[in-house]
Design a protein around this ligand. Structure first.
Ligand SMILES: C[S@@+](CC[C@H](N)C(=O)[O-])C[C@H]1O[C@@H](n2cnc3c(N)ncnc32)[C@H](O)[C@@H]1O
Length: 259
């Protein structure tokens, strides 16, 4: 790899600028609605169920669930800026969503407190330690009640290997241009992202690296974390496949249950 990455990049990258650079996938209400249509078709959710959106960012999925009558949603994320944005959005709509800061590998939440744990929008693969994703899944299992459901939505590593362009750029509104240089190697996609504002100049020049999973590796990891009935659904992305939205075009959606 020629792209050098700070191993702690994920602790500071998810902020207001990320909501601009990734607006096409994470700040589009129609996409979020379609994703919730997909997820609720795969897992039986009842309005009174307790739902944890683990690594839930600014809570877009929890807010949409609330809109549909699910009143027991909790969002946990590492990024305080995203949580603050989510909490303001929830307060504006009077949705009773709880926003909590924490590390998904070891939260302070009570065991067996949730009927569903959702890990959505490609939130695995950021931490370089080899067992980090396993620890997040094991924590999800701890937090679920017996027979509770895990729903996991991550990028399809095989598709990224086959299709991602080494260089890409796109415009957001009239002001911002996002340029990405990418390398895919040894099960990782690494990128340099430069964000230019026509008004302010360079507003971001950073690198990041994400571990990629194929369907079989991901199913094996979920089973290793202690889940049963693991099913992997491919090609369930709500996104338009013809536009390059980085790693987000092709997704694996996993459904599994705590025994
Ligand atoms: C690509 S964003 C997706 C956010 C959200 N699930 C969505 O679909 O909009 C990934 C999120 O995972 C969070 N994250 C990554 N690793 C984490 C960890 N160990 N603990 C808590 N949050 C984490 C990041 O802060 C970020 O908000």
């Amino acid at each position: 790899m020629t792209i050098d990455v700070d191993p702690d990049w994920w602790k500071t990258m998810f902020d207001e600028v990320y909501l601009v650079t990734d607006a096409r996938s994470v700040a589009d209400d129609d996409i979020t609605k379609q994703e919730i249509d997909i997820f609720t078709s795969l897992v039986p959710m009842q309005p009174h169920d307790r739902i944890l959106d683990l690594c839930g960012g600014h809570g877009r999925h929890a807010l949409e669930l609330c809109q549909r009558g699910f009143r027991e949603c909790t969002v946990l994320d590492y990024s305080q800026p995203l949580l603050d944005i989510g909490a303001r959005g929830a307060a504006g709509k009077r949705y009773p969503v709880q926003f909590l800061q924490g590390d998904a590998r070891h939260t302070t939440l009570t065991s067996e407190a949730f009927d569903h744990v959702l890990i959505l929008g490609n939130s695995l693969g950021y931490i370089p330690e080899p067992d980090a994703d396993l620890r997040i899944l094991q924590e999800g299992r701890r937090l679920l009640k017996s027979r509770g459901w895990l729903l996991l939505d991550v990028t399809d590593g095989k598709a990224v290997h086959a299709k991602i362009a080494p260089q890409a750029w796109h415009e957001i509104g009239d002001d911002v241009v996002v340029c990405r240089q990418r390398e895919v190697k040894d099960g990782l996609v690494c990128a340099r992202e430069m964000v230019l504002s026509k008004g302010q100049g360079i507003i971001r020049d950073r690198t990041y690296c994400i571990r990629l999973y194929g369907a079989d590796d991901l199913a094996a990891l979920v089973a290793r974390a202690g889940f049963g009935g693991v099913q992997v659904h491919t090609d369930m992305s709500a996104l338009n496949r013809t536009e390059d939205v980085g790693c987000m075009n092709h997704r694996l959606v996993v459904v599994a249950r705590k025994p």
